[in-house]
Design a protein around this ligand. Sequence first.
Ligand SMILES: C[S@@+](CC[C@H](N)C(=O)[O-])C[C@H]1O[C@@H](n2cnc3c(N)ncnc32)[C@H](O)[C@@H]1O
Length: 272
Amino acid sequence: MSDILDVSSDWLTLRETEDARARSRDLALAAAAMLGTRPIVVHDLGSGTGSMMRWLAPFLPGPQEWVLHDWNASLTEHAVVGPPTLDRDGIPVSVTSRVGELADLQPTDLSAASLVTASALLDVLTAPELHAIVDACVRVGVPTLLALSVTGEVHLDPGDARDGVVGRAFNSHQRREAGGRRLLGRYGAPIARGLFERAGWRVRTAATTWRLDDHDPRLLGEWFDGWVDAAVEQRPELRALVADYRRQRSSQLNSGTLSAVIHHRDLLAWPR
Ligand SMILES: C[S@@+](CC[C@H](N)C(=O)[O-])C[C@H]1O[C@@H](n2cnc3c(N)ncnc32)[C@H](O)[C@@H]1O
């Protein structure tokens, strides 16, 4: 696995509440309505610490078995040993994990699947990894819910002429080559949509947005720092330009006058 793309469990925990608020309940309920025989087996790809399971399980009937796939065993362990997650009827779901590269995903890895899910994953994948995932889902033939893919659109309030410069550099950073892997960034969701449609599947999407302000200044501050750091890593010549920008944004953050809207898209695909 690439160290460059290692996400921390602290960051996943910090963002979990906003992720839960932002994801599309309409698409979750639509997926729930498509489920067939019991038990419901959900394979969550790039599961991290299990945030998608904790959000989605209460929308779905039981009994439920979750299989968390990630290449980072230390993240999935949080979900496996953590407090129980309850299904729609208040019954604990069972959880197991599989450590592996999604590039190698085979239909047999999605055994007995009723539903495949992922959240905040597509932008950090490469094209071969996304192809492997869509191919496996299509061959298994069960609904697939891919939540919270970034679109690359960010709006800060109050606006600043430097927002666009930083935003464009951040979007380029998302498309960088890291550890020999060229990432899809904001193209992940449109490409997934195209692959499912080419396979003859139906697709629904929903706009899902993070709305960050002084209700969670720590998340807003960490998101902003990460956004600017990535932009400067991509374009080091921006370092001088962003020094004053950071100071100004930090003072707005401290006075509770800064807010940010970060656009995402959820996607539900299913066979006709
Ligand atoms: C941004 S995190 C999202 C985690 C979780 N879905 C959530 O919403 O909190 C992306 C996750 O995908 C995993 N991941 C990224 N690329 C992967 C790959 N090629 N194979 C397996 N896991 C991968 C990372 O380890 C990380 O846990």
